[in-house]
Design a protein around this ligand. Sequence first.
Ligand code: ADP
Ligand code: MG
Ligand code: ZN
Length: 482
Amino acid sequence: MDFEVKIGLEVHIQLNTKTKLFCNCRNEITKEPNKNVCEICLGFPGSKPFLNKKALEFAMKIAIALDMKINRRIYFSRKTYFYPDMAKNFQITQHDCFLATNGKLEILPGRRIRIRELHLEEDPARLYYPTKNIENAPYTLVDYGRAGVPLVEIVTEPDLKSPREARLFLQKLQQLLEFLYVSDFSKEGAMRVDANISILKFSGEYSFDGGYKEKTEEGSRVEIKNISGARNVEKALAYEILRQKHEKVEKQETRLWDEGARITKPLRVKETKEDYGYIPEPDLPNFEITDELIEKVKKALPELPEMKKKRWEKLGIKEELIEGLLSDPELSHYFDYLCPYYDPKFVANFLVKYLKKSLNYHNLKLKDTFVSLHLLRQLLDKVVNGELLYQHAELVVRKLVELERKEDSIDKIIEELKLPKVVSEEKLLQFINETLKENWKVVEDFRRGNERAIDYLVGQVIKKAKGGADPKKVKEHILKFI
Ligand code: ADP
Ligand code: MG
Ligand code: ZN
């Protein structure tokens, strides 16, 4: 039997505005729960919400970056439901009038996923269960600090064909949003996904008259709710495909991804639009989105990762290095800044193989460190001028990543590391000369075809230079002489 998989995603992203979507509460996580709350986000009688214009602009930025059509007039609706994560018993969201529609995101060259719509809504409160397993929890705690945090929801068409494509889509989307500086993905739950999946089954059948008939059968759609992060979405979908191959899905169903057990579990029969009883939000006006506002947001849009990539390909930077540079917006900006001063391939290599490697080791982003362009220029100048060996620059970079305060000069750091002084060209040639004389038997050995003999010679020269010589260069020199 053959299968074809259809996947559509509903992605919720927390926007990192200073304040919440409909009130002036600060949008930040506090250790102590229920700190950032007010009568508006708690829905006290008589309180009136108002729209955070910054959140609207952030959402428009995303819509424009996803090539979407922005609606000129929008309004909000109440999605009514009774659950402790919403003190008002409704969520303010957009329904049948979205901020933007009809976008696309390219996940691989030529592979575009259509985006159906994008809208703004408020995040519900956060629920804490004292046990790992929700079903066994004797009670639930609620933190309304998260209630009212601005979210954009991005809904794709069911264009994704595999769990891997779903992961790729989410990673591309996250990268794009990082470059727009609209969300902070170091926060837990900054991206939460509902993944929809259905499976088409093809089965061939021979009939009595000898003909062959292809039968197709589409299983009902299953929605897996509230998955955190791209990798978990991939795992949950992969599990669901396996399950659906063996169990027939009779009715539309909503399931839950159990991260610990790595399985999906039934939650409820899928709710319909009617279950929520949407009504237009009477406390908020209609909003006009003017050409001026769209122009303003467009103008402020930074260069997007795809454009950077195209530009760098022309410089001859390898794909793998480009991906490395694009994994951290600051790193990519550093690259563009350093490029005019050095060979771009050299800089790309240095930033990805040394700096990014060190950052990864500490699980840091460049912006969280005291690694400045100023220090990197001093360091690279020393390498280019031959004062510091390239391989030793990696040790310096490790120290830079660990800096706990701003530093002006690289010299102190290099001194602390007690790195060997690079010997002059003249001295190097002298050491090589000596080594070859002292080891004429090894040289003979090499001439007779023992290629590895040269490594011994290189080692002897490095020893004389007390580590202050580049093995590659030494080898090149020796090969010229023997
Ligand atoms: P609902 O209103 O029930 O939430 P929507 O039509 O709004 O359903 O679609 C929600 C998500 O489900 C979208 O991301 C869409 O791409 C996806 N989806 C729709 N039909 C299918 C399908 N047959 N298989 C997989 N995903 C689907
Ligand atoms: Mg839906
Ligand atoms: Zn509030």
